[in-house]
Ligand binder design. Structure first.
Ligand code: ADP
Length: 348
């Protein structure tokens, strides 16, 4: 519905552009440039459809008001040739602008795919390394356990050898513990960069990166960012990753929704020295909020179940908090709060 209204507005813009171009063209006696300008504005802001509507209206107006003899539709000879050249120039300009828009759109889609691919690749590499690192001491422990059982089963039991096997189990267990500790540190990541970050830029960047998917899946996106939103101190890339992950999760959760509009809202506000950013969806909702933050918990076929735990650790490293709650009607709201930079300055 909102999308239809948006489309209608672009066609109204096309009609308006012609209505404005006509008196100016009349006054300046410069119909070609004025109507060309109208067609360019319509196709730049509305796309190919509104561009061609402008061409159609402009051609009729040009034909009727400007070709000699005036106030006639049917012309021949030189006037007819002028009309043909006029239409050809307008079609060419509109086609060029449409091609540029297509190129921009495909670039945006490629960037979004790249962002998603990078995220997935990082996750896959990470889990592959976890599996590899942990499986080695675990298989050694199993092998030593089996050896220990064998040494104890002989008659008389070989206590010295069994003791050696148990000692190796303890050593390998400690090794596995160390590896997990190391991974935890990795998980916590290096301390985030400390630079002023405008969350409004990050939100706009993420929305723009995901525009292709938003249009394809017919998701209505509402972004509400006050102009005077204070900056936060943090790591732009990490915060972008958090937002990207929360928005992707929100969109995933609405993929199967058919009985209500797929609506995604991103809002930021400042409250008591914290900048709060809410990502709300109208998706399937969450029954257990503690569970979704657990590492490796996923309900998706190709999910890793690490997104939310990484988001949480990033936000906590920014001295903030991330939490989820049920939406007022349906779906879910994830909120993260980070101290605003003014708060940081006061504290120093
Ligand atoms: P992944 O996306 O790889 O599954 P996450 O840690 O990002 O990993 O999410 C874990 C799980 O939490 C998801 O599989 C999904 O079941 C649930 N979840 C996350 N965000 C939402 C949401 N907005 N709505 C419904 N479920 C969600």
């Amino acid at each position: 519905m909102r999308e239809d209204y948006g489309r209608l507005k672009t066609y109204l813009l096309a009609v308006l552009a012609c209505a404005i171009a006509l008196p100016i063209a009349w006054e300046l006696n410069a119909p070609s440039s004025c109507f060309l300008l109208a067609a360019m504005v319509s196709s730049l802001y509305g796309g190919r459809g509104p561009g061609y509507v402008t061409i159609l209206i402009s051609s009729i107006l040009f034909d009727f008001f400007f070709l000699l003899p005036r106030f006639h539709f049917l012309h021949s000879g030189e006037s007819f040739l002028r009309l043909v050249v006029f239409i050809a120039a307008m079609v060419l300009a509109t086609a060029l602008i449409a091609a540029r828009r297509r190129a921009e759109e495909s670039l945006r889609q490629t960037q979004a795919k790249l962002a998603q691919a990078t995220q997935t690749a990082t996750m896959s590499q990470f889990s592959a390394s976890v599996i590899h690192e942990i499986s080695q001491p675990l298989s050694a422990m199993v092998a030593n356990g089996q050896a220990c059982i064998r040494w104890l089963a002989v008659d008389p039991p070989n206590i010295a050898h069994a003791k050696g096997a148990v000692e190796r189990i303890v050593r390998d267990g400690k090794d596995a513990g160390e590896i997990i500790k190391g991974l935890r540190t990795l998980f916590r990541r290096s301390p985030p960069k400390k630079e002023p970050v405008d969350l409004r830029h990050i939100v706009n960047e993420v929305v723009s990166l995901l525009r292709g998917r938003v249009v394809k899946e017919k998701v209505m996106v509402e972004v509400n960012l006050p102009k005077d939103l204070p900056t936060v101190i943090g790591d732009r890339i990490q915060l972008q990753q958090v937002l990207m992950n929360l928005v992707l999760n929100a969109m995933d959760s609405m993929q199967t929704v058919t009985d209500r509009p797929k609506a995604l809202a991103i809002r930021s506000t400042e409250q008591e020295g914290m900048v709060l950013t809410e990502i709300s969806d109208q998706g399937v909702g969450i029954a257990n909020f503690d569970k979704v933050f657990e590492t490796f918990f996923t309900t998706k076929e190709d999910g890793m179940g690490m997104g939310l735990s990484i988001c949480k650790s990033i936000i906590e490293a920014h001295e903030g908090r991330l939490w989820g709650s049920p939406g007022p009607v349906a779906g879910t709201v994830f909120t993260f709060a980070i101290p605003s930079s003014t708060e940081g300055a006061e504290a120093e």
